[in-house]
Write a protein that binds this ligand. Structure first.
Ligand code: LLP
Length: 389
């Protein structure tokens, strides 16, 4: 066994595949639960878009977390893997009728509504079923986050949410609708956020909004601040469990919750990011004119983050102990962006060596495609490999 990886067990599995370290996942979940346990009325809904592997979801649902869904497919997956519908929140700018009907049939906790047009459709569909839909409004807070432009969501220019000036008319509209119950406000400013100042900026914005609503005697039962806590991609071993203490205490200190108000979070990446690695085998080492390439059997179809966001994932050769050498690590896909890393130093690599592409538990397997008619990668949890013995 090299490092934390059961390399001998990996040798028996067809590559490429995702490996999920369930010890780390369980430790991460218990860190979340012990931090939120310090506060009254803090509720975490795991953002299942980050990783919807059923075995991973079962472990998360068993820990007691709720789920944040963005599609009917995600709601179905959550129900199959043990999440209580009472802990499901459902966001998304484009909810189809069948998806809204599914949420109504299953009595989910709430719909995070992103437009008045959507509110009208939910009201109609709920009326047909003789139900009352619980609704939070997703407000675009126009708060920037210091992260990749492709994953900020809370700016005025983004497609998400209802503009602040339209919030009160939307709440008034909801109050007039018979089959709608307004239960709160929802926000999300972006992803891979490491600066707690971004979250306190969101708190300040929410405090102002609540002051305004107080003046109009509008009661807000639930505040949902979305997700966004980042992880350390550079050093996956340094702090594999993100600093949940700093994260939750930022909200506890800065947000002025009203008595009885409940605070909801939608964490994705920080729950599952570090427990996952993409395990791939070196097919060929090629000496180019200017560079040395390690050509591996995983490609951008398996992990698209480097190609799509120029995201950094640390790569380790988990077979070789030889001195370091410099490689571009590339996949077999017919695109020049099919590159996992350029000019990185890893142990001297040979055909057949296994490489671990780290911090790939979030937005990895779930974003895989069949481009070039490739098979989708399998996802194995620690227990799968032990049972295979
Ligand atoms: N809530 C809402 C409304 C969201 O849009 C998202 C992520 C989350 C929660 C969870 O955010 P997290 O805690 O994971 O940061 N594919 C990109 C990330 C896209 C994030 C989309 N929304 C990536 O690979 O970096």
């Amino acid at each position: 066994m090299k490092g934390k990886f059961p390399v001998e067990k990996f040798e028996k599995v067809r590559t490429p595949f995702y490996y999920y370290d369930t010890d780390l996942l369980r430790q991460t979940l218990s860190a979340i639960n012990s931090e939120t346990g310090k506060y009254n009325d803090f509720y975490v809904h795991y953002a299942i878009k980050a990783n919807a592997n059923p075995k991973v979801l079962k472990i998360i649902s068993q820990s007691g977390l709720g789920a944040d869904c963005v599609s009917g497919g995600e709601i179905q997956r959550c129900l199959e893997t043990g999440f209580s519908p009472k802990k499901i929140v459902y966001a998304g700018v484009g909810k189809a009728d069948w998806e809204i009907n599914l949420g109504l049939d299953k009595n989910i906790f709430c719909f995070n509504v992103e437009s008045v047009a959507e509110l009208e459709v939910i009201n109609e569909l709920a009326a047909k079923k003789g139900k009352v839909a619980r609704v939070c409004f997703r407000i675009n807070p126009d708060v920037g986050a210091h992260t990749n432009a492709k994953i900020t969501t809370g700016l005025a220019e983004n497609k998400f949410g209802i503009a602040m000036r339209d919030m009160e008319p939307a709440i008034a509209e909801a109050a007039r609708m018979e089959n709608i119950k307004f239960v709160g406000l929802h926000f999300h400013i972006g992803s891979q956020i490491l600066d707690m100042g971004d979250f306190s900026a969101l708190c300040n914005r929410i405090n102002n909004i609540l002051d305004e609503l107080d003046k109009k005697h509008i009661k807000v039962e639930n505040i949902n601040v979305g997700g966004g806590l980042g992880i350390d991609y550079q050093h996956p071993n340094r702090m594999p469990i993100p600093d949940f203490e700093a994260y939750f205490s930022t909200y506890a200190r800065h947000l002025k919750l009203r008595p009885g108000q409940k605070l909801h979070f939608e964490l994705g990446r920080s729950v599952v990011g570090q427990m996952g690695s993409l395990i791939t085998r070196c097919l060929y080492v090629k000496q180019g004119t200017a560079k040395q390439f390690a050509i591996v059997d995983a490609g951008m179809s398996d992990l698209i983050r480097p190609a799509l966001y120029q995201a950094y994932h640390k790569i380790e050769n988990i077979t070789s102990d030889e001195p370091l050498s410099t490689y571009d690590v590339v996949g077999p896909i017919c695109e020049s962006s099919d590159v996992f890393a350029k000019a990185i130093d890893i142990n001297k690599t040979h055909r057949g060596d296994l490489l671990a592409i780290r911090s790939a538990g979030a937005y990895g397997e779930i974003m895989a495609s069949q481009y070039n008619c490739r098979k989708l990668p399998e996802g194995y949890i620690t227990e799968d490999l032990v049972e295979n013995e």
